[in-house]
Design a protein around this ligand. Sequence first.
Ligand SMILES: [Zn+2]
Ligand SMILES: [Zn+2]
Length: 144
Amino acid sequence: MVYFLTVLWERFARQAAKKHDFRLWSGGKCPVCGQKPILAMLSKGNGARLLECGLCHTRWEFYRLVCPDCGNKDQNTLGFFYLPSQQYRRVYVCKRCKYYLKTTVLRELGREIIPELENVATFYLDYLAHKEGYKLIGSKKETH
Ligand SMILES: [Zn+2]
Ligand SMILES: [Zn+2]
């Protein structure tokens, strides 16, 4: 009986470890399918940054002050812009690699979003980002 409990506990610990890794995934890419996120949101509760995969719809937490593309942590080259009329829809940019990611602040918006619709509804932000020289997510050539 004791043995049985031990095995169960070990299995539980393994699962917990897996979950933990998943939550703190630091690659900036979808932990399930490896795609780059189409959109990010800052959650209502603790303001954590959640990235949304456009392909398999996995949502995972990512460091808020790190570029999901190049891992840049230098706050002088990270920032965001928004239109004054829609402050809850921001575009986070990295000046080092010229990556941008649209980010909706759920607390300020006051509701949940459907990421695919939000992505379409905010295309003007893509336009502005392109105009500023930032690149569309996933459009960069990967070096193999
Ligand atoms: Zn995915
Ligand atoms: Zn970057």
